[in-house]
Each structure stands twice: as C-alpha cells, then as structure tokens.
Design a protein around this ligand. Sequence first.
Ligand code: SAH
Length: 252
Amino acid sequence: MHIPVQFVGAGPGDPDLITLKGRRILDEAELIVYAGSLVNPALVEGVQARVYDSARMNLDEIIELIATGYGQGKKVVRLHTGDPAIYGAIREQMQRLDELDIPYNVIPGVSSALASAAALKVELTVPEVTQTVIFTRQAGRTPVPEAESLRKIAAIGASLCIFLSVSMIEKVVAELTAGGYPDDTPIAVVEKASWPDQQVVRGRLVDIAEKIRNSAIRKTAMILVGRALADDKTAESKLYDAGFSHEYRRIT
Ligand code: SAH
C-alpha cells in the first residue's frame, strides 16, 4: 500500500501555529523532509520519523528522497515554512511527483504575512481605506514580471505584504515612492514573526530604510506597508453596523 506524500505548511515559526491536521500528519510520519533554513526545528523534535533537512539539497535529491520513501510504502511529509502556496517552490516538486505518478496532498499553513499582521495587531483590509491585500516581492536574483513591479503595484494603494526583500529595503522604498505612496505611508518590518526572538520595526516610507540599517534585521523578515497600518481612526465596517441588515441579522 502506497501512501500519498503530504506537503504540510509548518506555519511561521511558533510550533503551536501549525494546523491540527498538519501536527497529526507530522506525528504519524515515517520520513520528513523539511526546509531547515526557515522551519522551526522544534516542530520535528521528538517525532518518530527520520528527519532530513533539505537546506543543502537540490531538487533532484529532494525528489529522490521523497520518491524512495514513497516507494517503500512510508508515510512521507514535505514540510514547508508558512503556507506552501506562497514562495514555497512546491509547484516544481508537484510536477516531478506527477511525472513519477506519485500522489500527494497539500495541507495549508499560516503564512508569515498573516503572522506579521498579527504581530503588528493590524487589519489589512480596512473599510474605506483598502479592501485589497497583495503578496509580492522586490525583484532580486529571482525576476518579477515587469507588469508586477513594486512601482506598478504601488499605484493600486493596497496593503502590501512584501516577502524576501528586506535586504533590498532602499530599493523597495524607492519603488514604492516612485509608484505613488506618500513619504508618510506607514510601513513595518517584522523579523521572525511568532518566534521567541521576533523583532518589529515601525516607521514611515521616508525613514524605514535607515531604521532597518540601524537594526540587526537582515533576513527572514516581512515588510508590510499601506494606509491600513496607520493608527488614525477609520470608518467602521458594515458587518457589525447596527443599521446594516444581512443574511444573519435583520434590523429590528
Ligand atoms: N511560504 C512562506 C514564505 C517562504 S519565502 C510563508 O507563507 O510565509 C521566505 C520569506 O518569507 C522570507 O524571506 C520572509 O520574507 C518571509 N518569512 C518567512 N518566515 C517569516 C517569519 N517568521 N517572519 C517574517 N517573515 C518571514
């Protein structure tokens, strides 16, 4: 009997932020391949499975390990940081498994973007401010299609969750400014959201680069930006408005 491979979202770091389903699958697994550079090792401490860190492996080696375990009838887990659908490089792994006729499932996880919003205690979709959240990144060694450059995205004025870019903070600020975000737009950087050594730096577009330079933050950080982060009083949502009836609540 062969058992489908499970891609599991580990969440942002705090071992309690994995889903119950993900936790159960980890506990029952016999072989776990995890992204050691970002996944908290505490998640795989004490499991019965053999655990492999993929940090130094290439795609061929990862697939070989997974395929061998699957072929031996083992319960195989590929553990990814945050949610596997966001910058998880799972597509290429799934394509390889498709070619090998190996079935798999994906268990979602808490993305670091959402853990960062929680750390900041912000709502990213504030009525009459913005109703859109964009997950994106600054182009670096991995290119970004021109139509989605930060400069173009900035013109939308939405809440942005910018991954993989804190080392290029100056460039991020220049692009966002060129795209139309005013200098006083609130921006925050959360390093290692939900880890014990989480760090938060808040600022405005005009001063964040210097604040980051003066901090110890260099990587594994999320940049959140947009008017939604401002602490000024905003409109209240219709959802709980006493004068707004909807499917579950009628005005009396
Ligand atoms: N799939 C992951 C993202 C992987 S890409 C997710 O959904 O979160 C790696 C990038 O994610 C890092 O460069 C950083 O921008 C962000 N990241 C991952 N973990 C983080 C954390 N705990 N706190 C802040 N940012 C994090």
